[in-house]
Ligand binder design. Structure first.
Ligand SMILES: CC(=O)Nc1ccn([C@@H]2O[C@H](CO)[C@@H](O)[C@H]2O)c(=O)n1
Length: 116
């Protein structure tokens, strides 16, 4: 990973937002990773984050951050798709919609621990 990809000036975030449509899968333990760009890659493994909806900021639980791993868009595989509870085609479409033309991404794995 390039040093310039790591934002060392900011403290590790304690809030992680998700589109509301993913809430049920997260609470059911079916979605255990999220894929973010460099600006959202500063999560600290071992830390606990509050989960909230992107649309309204409604808190729906807490999760423990397990790992943060760089990944190129071109290296996304069925393993990632399984952990997102979607097909690889769906996952690539979702990521392209959120992060157009971004190659360098980060897999953030988490364990959902508390329901709000
Ligand atoms: C709301 C917000 O700030 N940002 C994001 C960014 C990503 N995601 C989801 O993570 C996976 C890979 O990107 C897919 O399931 C995405 O839909 C999300 O829910 N919210």
């Amino acid at each position: 990973m390039k040093a310039s990809s790591i934002n060392t000036a900011e403290p590790a975030p304690t809030l992680m937002t998700f589109f509301t449509r993913f809430e049920a899968d997260i609470l059911a333990g079916k979605k255990t990773i999220t894929i973010r760009d460099g600006s959202e890659s500063n999560y600290l493994p071992g830390s606990t984050v509050t989960l909230a909806t992107h649309e309204s900021g409604r808190v729906f639980g807490q999760a423990k951050i397990l790992t943060v791993t760089p990944i190129l868009f071109s290296a996304l595989s069925n393993l990632h798709a399984e952990q997102e509870n979607m097909s690889l085609d769906e996952l690539k479409q979702v990521i392209t919609d959120i992060y157009p033309s971004e190659q360098q991404l980060f897999v953030v794995s988490f364990q959902h621990i508390v329901k709000a």
